[in-house]
Design a protein around this ligand. Structure first.
Ligand code: SAM
Length: 393
């Protein structure tokens, strides 16, 4: 078995609470790719156990700070506590969907598992998670309160390259024939393309934000920009919006919006246009279109700290264009999934957008992801999603 000894700086970093150790902070040691290794301070004291990557800049992802080696019962405990948390949040309805395991944020580094009805879709992004995959899936299947009919490994993430891992798509159990149907409370029914869709097929992190946005929609016109499968818009229609317009540039996603609107019984009030939102929002403002609610949920504008300046310009301009579509009393629902943009920065970008628009704007709530995507305190990288609810003056 390999072992790792940290530098003094590495030890201090770890004791400050961050669970990742960079290769430069490892003084000495050896291990095989993905191995679970004991970690020591320069003076030899035990610092716990970590999964080792032989290629990534993040050499060690801590699993525990205890001296004792994690065994089967330890990992069973990790899986069961995740399932229990979903149970407590009422997220285990067999027809519904949720994130079951949230990777580093929940102490199972590099592995996420999403559930769509009785189908599980997993993604591994590290050598350690690749090595643990089959074992954790076995524990998960034992812990689930109902039968899982299919398991798909959708490990086609670009971050795998940082770990010298090839993309991999593999059916591990059952079969995946076409989209998986999910039913959520309040009549929301949607199809998830688990093989080709974004992420594992859907943006489960936005579940609660869609409900919150829908609460502003009754009787009004709603714009859902960067709509993907249209779930913000369809939730709004189910909550009584008179008219919903979804804007999205991806052709397959546009098809699914219409299909999801049909499945949810609101096709008569949901329209879709396949457009580039940045250009389209400006044209709509020039045409003096007005909406009661405008949702803007773009892809990450900054994937790292270097891209922050460009992202700032992007967020200010996008939100300025969205604000132009909202009358006094209208609600802007504006999201950023760039983890490199902090909550404070994002609020500042919204404030700049209001200032250049010459409008007053009131931040009523700044939320994050749904609770099945917890933020691990001490791991700021897991705090990626910001969703602002802004009332326009
Ligand atoms: C973060 S996802 C939106 C998720 C969605 N709001 C939901 O709740 O499921 C961003 C979406 O924006 C789309 N997109 C990216 N750039 C775009 C553009 N310039 N115009 C229109 N859509 C765009 C992507 O195809 C993707 O579906």
């Amino acid at each position: 078995m390999g072992t790792m000894t940290l530098t003094g700086k590495g030890r201090r970093w770890l004791l400050n609470g961050h669970p990742w150790i960079y290769a430069d902070d490892v003084a000495d040691g050896e291990g095989t790719p993905g191995e679970l290794v004991p970690v020591f301070a320069p003076q030899g004291e035990s610092l716990g156990w970590a999964l080792f990557s032989a290629r990534s800049k993040i050499a060690l992802r801590m699993v525990t700070r205890e001296e004792e080696q994690p065994n089967r019962a330890f990992w069973e405990g990790r899986v069961r506590r995740a399932i229990q948390a979903r149970e407590q949040h009422g997220l285990l309805d067999p027809a519904g969907a949720c994130r079951l395991l949230s990777g580093d944020a929940e102490g199972i580094p590099g592995l996420i598992v999403d559930r769509y009805a009785s189908t599980l879709v997993l993604q591994t992004g590290t050598q350690g998670a690749d090595r643990m995959r089959d074992f954790i899936v076995e524990l998960l299947l034992e812990a689930m309160p109902f039968e899982v009919t299919a398991v798909l490994d959708r490990s086609d993430l670009s971050v795998r390259r940082l770990e010298a891992l090839e993309p991999r798509v593999e059916v591990l159990r059952g079969s995946i024939d076409g989209p998986v149907e999910v039913r959520e409370e309040g009549g929301l029914v949607y199809a998830v393309d688990v093989r080709e869709g974004h992420k594992t097929g859907a943006y489960l992190d936005m579940r609660d934000n869609r409900r919150r946005a829908a609460a502003h929609a009754a009787g009004g016109r709603v714009l859902d920009a960067f709509a993907y499968d249209g779930l913000f818009g369809i939730r709004a229609a189910l909550a009584g919006a008179e008219e919903v317009l979804c804007l999205e540039q991806n052709a397959a996603a546009c098809e699914r919006i219409l299909e999801n609107a049909r499945r949810s019984g609101v096709a008569d009030r949901v329209r879709v246009e396949r457009v580039d939102c940045m250009k389209d929002l400006r044209a709509r403002a020039e045409a003096e279109e007005r909406y009661q609610v405008a949702v803007v949920d773009p892809p990450a504008f900054a994937r790292n700290k270097k891209e922050r300046a460009g992202a700032e310009r992007g967020y200010v301009e996008l939100n300025r264009r969205a604000m132009a579509l909202l009358p006094e009393g209208g609600t802007l629902v504006s999201a950023s999934c760039s983890h490199a943009i902090s909550r404070r920065d994002f609020t500042a970008h919204l404030a700049s957008a209001a200032r250049v628009s010459g409008r007053e704007a009131f931040l009523e709530a700044l939320t994050g992801a749904a609770p099945d995507h917890p933020v691990r305190l001490g791991l700021p990288e897991s705090d990626y999603l910001k969703c602002a609810f802004v009332r326009m003056g």
